[in-house]
Design a protein around this ligand. Structure first.
Ligand code: NAD
Length: 364
C-alpha cells in the first residue's frame, strides 16, 4: 500500500510541478492519476487478506476467523451461507472481509485466493445424515470444492492449506483409540468425501510442494453451533431441548461414545497447524482423548441446568458410528497440541452461550 501510495503521490507531484501551457491536459492527467490511486487502493484492499477461511460463516470457521482477527491478522471469509449465517459473521464485527461464493465455482474460489498466505479450509457440507440425503451435493462440495481450493492455492502461491477432515473416516472399527495409521473404513458419503479431501491434500503436497495439514476433528462442540437444523449435531440439540423444556431425542441406546472436543481446542490446533513444519503432509487427530457417552452428556447437562433430562430413545440412525476416541499423541508431538478445555467446562460454556443467545433473541 505504502509503495502504491508513494509511487502515485510522487507522480502527482511531478505532474503538479510540471510547467505546461495546456492546463486542460494537466487537469485530465491529474484526474487520471487520482483514479489510478483509488483503483490501486481498492486492489490493495482486495489483495491483502493474509488468511482465507472457507466456511468462515459456519461454526468452526467463524471461531478460527475470530481468533485470527483477535491476533490482529487480516482475514477473508469465503462462504455461500448454506449452513453458515450472518449472525456468525456479525460476531466478527465487520473486521473480516466477506466474499459470498460457492466452493463448487472454481473461478470464485480462485478470485478469493488473491494475496492469501494461509487457507483454513473449513467449508463443507458437514453432516453424515445430510450427505446420505444429498450425496451429489456432498461430493461436489466436499471433493470438487476441496480440489478447487487446492488448485487455486497452488496457482496463487499460497504457503499452506489447513484442511478440516473428520474422525468419521475411521468408521466402525472396534479398535480404540483411533490412531492415524489405522486403515480408514468410511461408512457414509460424508466420510468418503472427507477422506478423499485428505488424499487430495497429500497429493498436492507431494506433487506440487503445496504445504497441507489435515486435521481429523472428533465431534466438535461449542457456541455458535447450529441447534436448529434437522441435521444439527447432538450437543446443541440436547442443550436446546433441555433449555426449552422438551425431551431430548437419543438415536440408539445412548451408550455410544464420542470424544467430544470443545471448539477452543480445535482453534488452537488450527493456529498451530498453520506454522508447524513437522506437521506438513500428515493427517492428525484433534480430540481430547476422553470417551463420553451420549447418556453422560445428558447427565452432565442435567446437572449444570439443575433439571431431569428424561430423554426419548429412538432407533439408531444409519451409518452412525458406535464408538469414537482419539489418540492425540501424534498431534501432541508434531503440533505441540494440548487440549485446554475439557468436556464439562466446555459444556458449561456452551450452555452459557446458548442461554445468552436465547435471552437476546427474546429481547429483540
Ligand atoms: N463440527 C464437527 O464436529 C466436525 C467434525 C469433523 C469435521 N468437521 C469439519 O469441519 C468443518 C466445519 O464444520 P462446522 O461444524 O463448522 O459446519 P458448518 O456447517 O457450521 O460450517 C460449514 C460452512 O461451510 C459453508 N459451506 C457449505 N457448502 C459450501 C459451498 N458449497 N461453498 C461455500 N461455502 C459452503 C457453510 O455455509 C458453512 O458456513 C467442515 O469441513 C466439517 O466437515 C466438523
Amino acid at each position: 500500500m505504502v509503495e502504491y501510495y508513494l509511487t502515485v503521490q510522487s507522480a502527482i507531484i511531478l505532474v503538479e510541478g510540471y510547467e505546461t501551457s495546456d492546463d486542460q491536459e494537466r487537469r485530465s492527467t491529474l484526474f487520471y492519476l487520482c483514479l489510478v490511486r483509488v483503483r490501486a487502493y481498492a486492489l490493495f484492499r482486495l489483495t491483502t487478506a493474509r488468511y482465507l477461511v472457507t466456511g468462515g460463516a459456519g461454526f468452526i470457521g467463524s471461531h478460527i476467523a475470530e481468533a485470527l482477527l483477535d491476533r490482529g491478522e487480516s482475514v477473508r471469509i469465503f462462504d455461500n451461507l448454506s449452513t453458515g449465517s450472518q449472525t456468525n459473521l456479525a460476531v466478527l464485527q465487520g473486521r473480516a472481509e466477506f466474499v459470498q461464493g460457492d466452493l463448487r465455482n472454481f473461478d470464485a474460489v480462485r478470485e478469493a485466493m488473491t494475496g492469501v498466505e494461509v487457507v483454513f479450509h473449513q467449508g463443507a457440507m458437514a453432516s453424515v445424515p445430510r450427505s446420505i440425503a444429498h450425496p451429489i451435493e456432498s461430493l461436489e462440495t466436499n471433493i470438487n470444492g476441496t480440489q478447487h481450493v487446492l488448485l487455486a492455492a497452488r496457482d496463487a502461491g499460497v504457503r499452506r492449506v489447513v484442511y478440516a477432515s473428520s474422525s468419521s473416516i475411521y468408521g466402525n472399527t472396534p479398535t480404540l483409540p483411533k490412531y492415524e495409521q489405522m486403515p480408514p473404513h468410511p461408512m457414509s458419503p460424508y466420510a468418503v468425501h472427507k477422506l478423499t479431501g485428505e488424499l487430495l491434500c497429500e497429493m498436492f503436497t507431494r506433487l506440487y510442494g503445496l504445504e497441507t495439514v489435515a486435521l481429523r476433528y472428533f465431534n466438535v462442540f461449542g457456541p455458535r453451533q447450529d441447534p436448529t437444523s434437522e441435521y444439527a449435531a447432538v450437543i446443541p440439540r440436547f442443550l436446546t431441548a433441555l433449555l426449552q423444556k422438551r425431551r431430548p431425542i437419543v438415536f440408539g441406546d445412548g451408550e455410544q461414545t464420542r470424544d467430544f472436543t470443545y471448539i477452543a481446542n480445535v482453534v488452537q490446533a488450527n493456529l498451530l497447524a498453520a506454522t508447524s513444519l513437522d506437521a506438513v503432509g500428515h493427517p492428525l487427530n484433534i480430540g481430547c482423548g476422553e470417551r463420553i457417552s451420549l447418556n453422560t452428556v445428558l447427565r452432565v447437562a442435567g446437572e449444570l441446568l439443575g433439571v431431569a433430562t428424561n430423554a426419548e430413545y429412538r432407533e439408531p440412525r444409519p451409518a452412525d458410528v458406535r464408538d469414537s476416541l482419539a489418540d492425540i499423541s501424534l498431534a501432541q508431538r508434531l503440533l505441540s497440541y494440548k487440549p485446554t478445555i475439557r468436556f464439562r467446562e466446555g459444556l458449561a460454556r456452551t450452555l452459557d452461550a446458548l442461554r445468552r443467545d436465547t435471552a437476546s433473541h427474546l429481547n429483540r
